[in-house]
Design a protein around this ligand. Structure first.
Ligand code: UD1
Ligand code: CA
Length: 482
């Protein structure tokens, strides 16, 4: 086998009319990323240099979605067909390039690197100058048909719109993956003419051109048509999303993850989930999440880029983003961990607690109804119910620091910037406005007053009896009447 160099061209300039979208088709997302990113990744595994992405519709956005260092971009404006797109791409190849050019389409996001690799190997083994991948479809729909001669040799590819009824009956179709010797590609593209139903330059016509030159042409028949499904509509997009999701879930279950209901588990392909995790119903695990061994997610959770340490328990209704949760923590029900939350481990974040840029030391708890934003809190501190860091003055955010082993009483407000030492006891209802030293008790209570008998006077003023029974009876009558 030769070690020819490989360049790649990915055609992604089209609008994708059937998507009925303002967004270019290749920007629509699959598995949490634009489909062009998937198409490029599959090709990138073959290490082609360069990879030329042909852009047109929303060129800037498509370029931004291609996160690959070796990528170059060719602007195709207007889009006059796949052959015209390939021609634009050639300008981005080094003038002295020799070797094979792999061409794929940006709207074919399910293709596997291993398949492209096998295709390249076959192309080289057979000593072909032009190869393309075909598949056999029982219902070949509107795909381009592969036409072979009586000896079974590939003659040409005919687009559905240009095909005769006899040609339309053929079931071998063109997937849109080609490997062509650079010199042949360049000269064949120069010969293309837009003499077809769509007045476009068809890339597929290079097959017939190569045939007239008696070049070796191979159609490599792939086994799995699913890999070559082109996304042309929202329905096809949704179907492929479901397939990707099912594959992720299968892989995870095979690796030891329990899923209470795989049909309602939405897990990204990048997620790393250790064995013996239990994923409850209606859970989304997006981006680069990492779940340690034995994590339990009861259900209805939304996690994006979150690291969860071993044996954590996420109760019903956790939303967490860009944060880390240390081992054996208990989160929720109904907790909101926003970006920059770092829990060291053995933490407890209870219902209706919101954290943002908050670092909590080991064993620190906030069990009910709190807002902890822009805060650093030490180990083993207890944040009582309703504690609030007052971090925002309308212009700037300010930091709150609380030490180790503190008891922060219920309904405390910490007006940032402010610092509370270690071993501090904050009486409930305190408004902390300046630094509290280690070991202190701090309180800011209003003196309590009582007015004996005030309640009866109040009820009398409302024509009620001293124990309020007149009003209670009236309310009851009203309910019965309703
Ligand atoms: C193409 C093939 C067809 C094949 C099918 C497989 C041609 C002429 N036909 O048809 O044989 O069966 O794919 O899915 O190639 N693009 C550009 N510039 C253009 C036109 C298209 O970059 O001027 C890009 C599109 O963004 C898209 C890809 O090329 O990613 C394919 O274009 P599309 O219009 O979808 O081609 P099909 O009609 O599906
Ligand atoms: Ca297509």
């Amino acid at each position: 086998m030769t070690t020819n160099s490989v360049a790649a061209i990915i055609l992604a300039a089209g609008k994708g009319t059937r998507m009925r979208s303002k967004r270019a088709k290749v920007l629509h997302e699959l598995g949490g990323e634009p489909m062009i990113a998937r198409a490029v990744r599959a090709v990138a595994a073959l290490e082609p240099n360069p990879i030329v992405v042909v852009v047109g519709h929303q060129a800037r956005e498509v370029e931004a979605a291609v996160k690959f260092p070796n990528a170059r971009f060719a602007l195709q404006e207007p889009q006059r067909g796949t052959g015209d797109g390939a021609r634009c791409a050639l300008e981005q190849l080094p003038a002295n390039f020799t070797g094979d050019v792999l061409i794929t389409y940006g709207d074919m996001p399910a293709i596997k690197s291993s398949t492209l690799r096998a295709f390249l190997d076959a192309h080289r083994k057979r000593g072909a100058r032009l190869s393309f991948i075909s598949i056999i479809l029982e219902e070949p729909a509107a795909y381009g048909r592969v036409i072979r001669d009586t000896a079974g040799k590939v003659e040409k590819i005919v687009e559905f719109r240009d095909a005769s009824p006899a040609e339309r009956a053929f079931k071998e179709i063109n997937t849109g993956c080609y490997i062509v010797d650079f010199e042949l590609l360049r000269s064949a593209l120069a010969e293309l003419k837009p003499s077809n139903a769509q007045d476009e330059y068809y890339l597929t016509d290079i097959v017939a051109i190569a045939r007239t030159r008696r070049e070796t042409i191979e159609a490599w028949v792939a086994d799995d048509p699913a890999e070559f499904a082109g996304i042309n509509s929202r329905e096809e997009l949704a179907n492929m999303e479901a397939e990707i999701r099912a594959a992720v879930n299968q892989k995870l279950m095979a690796a030891g993850v329990t899923m209470v209901d795989p049909a309602s588990a939405y897990i990204s392909e990048q997620a790393e989930i250790a064995p013996d995790c239990v994923i409850g119903p209606n859970v989304q695990i997006l981006g680069a999440c990492k779940l340690g061994e034995g994590v339990r997610i009861d259900g209805t959770a939304w996690l994006s880029n979150v690291t969860v340490g071993p044996r954590c328990h996420l109760k019903l209704g956790v939303r967490a983003e860009d944060c880390s949760i240390g081992e054996e923590s208990e989160i929720g029900p109904f907790a909101h961990l926003r970006a920059g939350t770092e829990l060291a481990g053995h933490n407890r974040i209870g219902n209706f607690v919101e954290t943002k840029k908050a670092r909590l030391g080991r064993g620190t708890k906030a069990s009910h109804l709190s807002y902890l934003g822009d805060a650093t809190i030490g180990d083993d501190t207890n944040i009582g119910c309703g504690v609030i860091t007052v971090n925002y003055d309308g212009y700037d955010k300010h930091h709150t620091t609380i030490g180790d082993r503190c008891m922060v009483g219920c309904d405390t407000q910490l007006v940032a910037p402010v610092k509370v030492g270690s071993d501090v006891y904050v009486a409930s209802g305190t408004t902390i406005i300046r630094e509290v030293p280690d070991g202190a008790l701090v309180m800011s209570h209003h003196p309590q007053r009582e007015k004996p008998g005030w309640m009866a006077t109040w009820r009398k003023r409302h024509n009620d009896s001293p124990d309020g029974s007149l009003k209670r009876n009236k309310d009851h009558q009203k309910r019965v009447a309703e």
